[in-house]
Design a protein around this ligand. Sequence first.
Ligand SMILES: Nc1ncnc2c1ncn2[C@@H]1O[C@H](COP(=O)(O)OP(=O)(O)OP(=O)(O)O)[C@@H](O)[C@H]1O
Ligand SMILES: O=C(O)C1=C[C@@H](O)[C@@H](O)[C@H](O)C1
Ligand SMILES: [Mg+2]
Length: 167
Amino acid sequence: MAPVVVLVGAPGCGKTTVGRALAATLGVEFRDTDTDIEQMAGKPIPEIFIDEGEAHFRTLERAAVAAALAAGTGVLALGGGAVLAEETRAALVGHRVVHLSVELPDAVKRVGLGAGRPLLAINPRATLKHLLDQRRPLYAEVATETVVTDGQTPAAVVAEIAALLPR
Ligand SMILES: Nc1ncnc2c1ncn2[C@@H]1O[C@H](COP(=O)(O)OP(=O)(O)OP(=O)(O)O)[C@@H](O)[C@H]1O
Ligand SMILES: O=C(O)C1=C[C@@H](O)[C@@H](O)[C@H](O)C1
Ligand SMILES: [Mg+2]
């Protein structure tokens, strides 16, 4: 079985928040590859970045995404940078992938000081701007649908995604 829907998007777009609420609405399980990676590594993501570096984190992430897609859990949220891997973009072909799009002002408000997000630990605004510019084409490449989250409540985003799904 494939996941009902896979959520992708930049840090702060709401993959975890919306994904969990959407899964509850649909009555299916929720899975987040960031949580899977923390379980695999036995430590929080910021510690993986400090102890082993981003490249090692990305290796764990590719494996976590492949395992989660194979498991087929209902709603699957990917880490914000998962789409950087060509292997992951290829693995997403054939899945229903919703891009939760967010522009810089809302993303900045939502991530605050970047707590728990190692890439955003220094100058979150400038880093987010760079990440958004770099990744927009990659999110667009993998997405089968895009839902704009700017100015929307999580509940409104959940309703919009649910309306895209077959009944
Ligand atoms: N549509 C929204 N409107 C307002 N706040 C939101 C919305 N979606 C998420 N948030 C808030 O923004 C913050 C970040 O959301 P969340 O952790 O779900 O993002 P994420 O996409 O999972 O980020 P990451 O890639 O870092 O895992 C949370 O505090 C959440 O409550
Ligand atoms: O945007 C990113 O590259 C990241 C987003 C988070 O979901 C985590 O996967 C990690 O903090 C890296
Ligand atoms: Mg998240």
